[in-house]
Ligand binder design. Structure first.
Ligand code: NAD
Ligand code: TDX
Length: 336
């Protein structure tokens, strides 16, 4: 199978490409990435000379360049990870989120139609459902819930989902959508909660916790997300949405304390700062559908996943260092 993977040099895309190359020795990857600040060519550099891996620096909004990829390579499936993904940045500057997350998805869907590609999988997020109250632990997001977004980021991701479903209905485009909870693991850009806190704690810097720190996220180890996507791409039913979750709800303050304890750093590093505007209170996913219909379940419990993650960041200081000093951008003529 030849996969065209967009956003492959980002956190989850990188882990997914590694997963496919490990699990399916016959498969080939065309990794398409614009290499924004979040895309890091270092992530997959070791595959540079692997005949199964090809990198193409392309913006998914660039229709001509995207069509040219489909003219060049015979593609069996497209998995769209490419996105602006950080909620705080979407609050500062929504426009690029609308461009990449909505227009970029539309360009890819058009290409899938034009070149009669057999499968398009859209990587979405649980944030499209909005948030849940802290005092109703019985409530979890279900696939048939309506969309109720809070941030420009989640509104742009929800718009992309709606486009996918509209293309399915109108043109019969072979789409599937997955909506996953918060991921953690190796290669996550150090602007997101877990890598940011690991990094700051190691440097004895203060750890900024938004608001009261009681907001809850449902954490899933990234490799479990990858195995779920793989199941959907191979076995999922066209036109369907699949929730993916870790069944592992933790408040932000709990997460920060776990990291501090693992690194043997004092809780006095915690600093409560101004809350994120529109900050979603709680996310929790019901992933019964993918478990029952496709036989997926997460393999990594949080205790071992967070230890592996902390070890990875401790053992790869040059990865962070090259991001912090900007060296990671000085490849392939990448513009910042
Ligand atoms: P990321 O920000 O780490 O990576 C995004 C990648 O997309 C980067 O490599 C970037 O260079 C690339 N990209 C951005 N704009 C592009 C464009 N116009 N053209 C081509 N490439 C472009 O994000 P991530 O955390 O790996 O998330 C991947 C996907 O998963 C996103 O769609 C995100 O919405 C979704 N998601 C993430 C999480 C999470 O916890 N991180 C949870 C659920 C869903
Ligand atoms: O410095 C921080 N302090 C803090 O308290 C940061 C960066 C975050 N937080 C809080 C905000 C959230 O409640 O931690 C929680 C997690 O924040 P993020 O890592 O920014 O993730 P979140 O906003 O939950 O969104 C993530 O999960 C869903 C991804 O970034 C999205 O791409 C994905 O769709």
């Amino acid at each position: 199978m030849r996969h065209l993977i967009t956003g492959g040099e980002g956190f989850i895309g990188t882990n997914y490409i590694r997963y496919i190359l490990k699990m399916y020795p016959e498969d080939e990857i065309i990794c398409v990435d614009k290499l924004t600040y979040a895309g890091n060519y270092d992530n997959l550099k070791e595959f540079e000379n692997d005949g199964r891996f090809t990198f193409e620096q392309v913006d998914i909004c660039d229709r001509k360049a995207v069509y040219s990829l489909f003219e060049t390579y015979s593609i069996d499936c497209v998995v769209n990870f490419a996105a602006e993904s950080h909620v705080d940045r979407s609050i500062e500057n929504p426009e690029i989120f609308l461009k990449t997350n909505i227009i970029g998805t539309e360009v890819l869907l058009d290409a899938v139609n034009k070149y009669a590609i057999k499968r398009f999988h859209q990587i979405s997020t649980d944030e499209v459902y909005g948030d849940l109250p802290l005092d109703r632990p019985d409530l979890k997001f279900e696939e048939d819930w309506g969309i109720k977004t809070s941030s420009p980021y989640s509104a742009s991701k929800a718009s992309a989902d709606l486009l996918c479903l509209a293309y399915f209905r109108t043109y019969g485009t072979p789409v599937t959508i997955s909506r996953c909870s918060n991921n953690y693991g190796p290669y996550q850009f150090p602007e997101k909660l877990i890598p940011l806190m690991i990094e700051k704690a190691q440097r004895n810097e203060s750890l900024p916790v938004y608001g009261d720190g009681k907001n809850i996220r449902d954490w899933l180890y990234v490799e479990d997300h990858c195995s779920a996507i793989d199941k959907i791409v191979r076995l999922g039913k066209i036109g369907e949405i699949y929730n993916i979750g870790g069944n592992n709800e933790k408040s932000n303050i709990e997460i920060v304390k776990i990291i501090l304890e693992a690194l043997k750093k004092p809780e006095s590093l915690i600093t409560f700062v101004k809350d994120r505007p529109g900050h979603d209170r709680r996310y929790a996913i019901n992933s019964g559908k993918i478990q029952n219909e496709l036989g997926w379940k997460p393999q990594t419990d949080f205790e071992s996943g967070i230890q592996q993650t902390i070890e990875w960041y401790k053992n790869n200081p040059q990865w962070i260092e090259r991001i912090l000093n900007g060296e990671y951008k000085k490849i392939r003529g990448v513009k910042s």
